[in-house]
Design a protein around this ligand. Structure first.
Ligand SMILES: Cc1cc2nc3c(=O)[nH]c(=O)nc-3n(C[C@H](O)[C@H](O)[C@H](O)COP(=O)(O)O)c2cc1C
Length: 177
């Protein structure tokens, strides 16, 4: 028989599949060791100071590196770059397999920056919190490259999507009203 905890995990996963969420790629490096990971947990948290957050699986290869790193970069790919999201979500790759064929350079903060991605947010590690089988990372935004107004990649029900003319606006939320 299924334990109540296991069945809750399954129900939570099912409920979360109904939500679209933005897809980002986090990269970091310490010395020559560099790593990237596709994340669906990226969000902004605070404006003063500007803080963002995301969660990293404690069992993932990037975990120990990003936990210790002083800086990291968050990339927001555009819809025609979803293959990069696939690439950095492939488990079990070496650093060479991750970056060998991907055009990138190291920023002044030491972060691997993936060339051609229109929005890149470079952060200083601000705080870390244990969160079950993940670590929740808070980053302070130091620099933003914002080269596009196009929507980002979304993940919904196990597929990549983007926002287009076919989305249905339910109601305009006018904060000035
Ligand atoms: C759309 C999508 C969103 C993901 N979001 C996260 C996330 O927020 N945090 C995380 O730790 N892993 C996330 N993953 C899984 C990692 O990308 C993947 O498990 C990781 O690359 C594991 O490989 P490694 O341990 O060999 O590095 C996501 C995967 C996909 C496809």
């Amino acid at each position: 028989m299924e334990s109540p905890k296991h069945s809750q995990t399954k129900t939570l996963k099912k409920a979360m599949r109904r939500l679209p969420f933005p897809v980002a790629i986090a990269t970091t490096a310490i010395g020559k060791k560099k790593r990237g990971v596709t994340i669906g947990s990226f969000t902004s948290v605070s404006m003063q100071p500007p803080l963002i957050s995301f969660n990293i699986d404690k069992g993932s290869q990037i975990h120990d590196l990003i936990y210790r790193a002083t800086h990291y970069a968050i990339h927001l790919p555009q819809p025609d770059q979803s293959s990069l999201c696939d690439h950095f979500a492939q488990p079990g790759q070496s650093s060479e397999e991750q970056f060998g064929n991907i055009d990138h350079y190291r920023s002044a903060y030491g972060n691997p920056i993936l060339k051609g991605i229109p929005t890149v947010i470079q952060c200083r590690a601000y705080e870390r919190f244990a969160a079950g089988d993940h670590t929740l990372l808070l980053g302070e935004v130091l620099e933003i490259e914002q080269d596009s107004e196009s929507p980002s990649v979304l993940y919904h029900n196990r597929s990549y999507h983007t926002i287009g003319p076919e989305t249905t606006k339910l109601k305009r939320i006018d904060k000035s009203a």
